[in-house]
Design a binder for this molecule. Structure first.
Ligand SMILES: Cc1cc2nc3c(=O)[nH]c(=O)nc-3n(C[C@H](O)[C@H](O)[C@H](O)COP(=O)(O)OP(=O)(O)OC[C@H]3O[C@@H](n4cnc5c(N)ncnc54)[C@H](O)[C@@H]3O)c2cc1C
Length: 355
């Protein structure tokens, strides 16, 4: 079996982002890399969206970006601006194509379908396949989104809706998320924050149909694309090994209170690339401890008080949008953290500290 200097297990978002970062920084000129990815073909399977608080390599894969957004609870809407940090949506189809085209130019990069096809013994491994123990106590963000095309112009393409809580909550946390790509196309997603064993929330198609036809009051439309997924709101098991680093979801790159992962993956890739020659001695990259601590409390509140969450999210966005965006994107300073914390219901959060 062939040996390689480096192996990336999983050629999804994190694996390919890392390989691309290494390639464009010429780290693989005299080193060999194997990428292990079982999928038979790459096609669009996700839409990655985030506030652009840092630079990344994929501006040319952005499908649309917005400088305005809204959040609403029944009878109240808050309109907000994000001029400094536009919200971007990346088309995964364009992302996969761009990276794979670039990687194929390098004869030192090899592709395999199964890790058993290569000898891993003497290689340094970047692993993006998470080890997730099915535990009924764990919270997930699970969702289903459809892209629709309407017969007539319907959407205001200048403003997206981050969270619409004016929907059936079923004693859980539920909202709709709408990204209007143009006046007659949009991604509409039903999103739940709950335990995965609750199958009563999985009638996604019905929820979306009801939202489009009865809440948005839209009749003439067709579905052109569908995506479904679940993001763990807990860290997958991470076994420390000398010659292995976990990346992506497996590497703890998800911000647990929001599910945002894409930009953290890009920052992790840059960190690995900068420290590549000394990777075995490099400190583990992680989301700042303060966010891990605050998110843990936030999720405890969410678990115990799902009915309070629409209000809590709504109130959070009463702080300056720039501050909230920085906080949710791991870029806030101490004073900005405090201004968010002060927007939260104190007693509920203090109680959660002692659960
Ligand atoms: C539908 C969806 C939408 C999302 N939207 C957003 C968003 O808008 N913003 C955001 O920040 N985050 C979003 N996320 C979260 C996160 O950004 C993505 O999950 C992202 O793809 C995580 O990257 P990853 O490399 O860790 O995992 P993946 O991209 O899933 O890559 C893992 C790869 O490993 C491969 N694999 C599986 N088993 C094996 C095996 N045994 N051996 C080798 N390879 C294997 C898989 O085929 C896959 O290609 C979304 C997630 C989903 C599921």
């Amino acid at each position: 079996m062939k040996e390689f200097d480096y192996i990336i297990i999983g050629g999804g978002c994190a694996g390919l982002s890392l390989a691309y970062e290494l390639e464009i920084n010429e780290k693989l000129k005299d080193k060999t890399l194997a990428i292990i990815e079982p999928r038979l073909e790459y096609k669009k399977d996700k839409t990655w969206s985030f506030w652009k608080v840092a630079t990344h390599n994929f501006d040319d894969c952005v499908k649309k970006s917005w400088k305005n957004f809204s959040i609403n609870i029944p009878n109240q809407t808050n309109y907000l601006e994000c001029i400094n940090y536009p919200y971007q949506s990346i088309d995964s189809g364009l992302f996969y194509e761009k990276i794979n085209t670039k990687l194929k130019e390098n004869k030192n990069i090899f592709f395999f379908k199964d890790v058993n096809e290569v000898n891993t013994k003497n290689s340094f491994i970047f692993n993006s396949v998470p080890s997730i123990k099915q535990d009924y106590r764990n919270l997930w963000q699970h969702f289903c989104g459809v892209e629709i095309e309407t017969q007539n112009n319907f959407f205001d393409e200048e403003i997206f809706n981050l969270m619409d809580f004016d929907c059936d909550q079923r004693e859980s946390v539920h909202f709709f998320y709408t990204l209007p790509y143009s006046k007659n196309t949009a991604l509409i997603e039903t999103t739940w924050l709950s335990k995965m064993n609750d199958s009563s929330q999985k009638d996604y198609d019905l929820q979306i149909k009801d939202y489009i036809e009865n809440s948005l009051k839209l009749k003439n439309y067709k579905i052109t694309y569908k995506e479904e997924g679940a993001i763990p709101l807990f860290y997958p098991t991470y076994e420390k090994e000398k010659n292995k680093i976990n990346i992506g979801t497996a590497g703890g790159m998800t911000r647990l209170s929001t599910g945002y992962t894409f930009l953290n993956i890009q920052e992790h890739s840059k960190y690995i690339c900068e420290n590549f020659e000394n990777i075995t001695q490099t400190k583990k990259y992680k989301i700042d401890n303060k966010y891990q601590f605050l998110d843990e409390i936030f999720l405890r509140v969410l678990e115990k008080n799902p009915e309070k969450m629409p209000d809590i999210f709504f109130k959070m966005f009463k702080a300056s949008p720039k501050t909230v965006i920085k906080f949710l994107s791991n870029k806030s300073n101490f004073f900005e953290d405090l201004s968010i914390i002060f927007k939260m219901p104190k007693l509920t959060f203090i109680k959660a500290l002692f659960y």
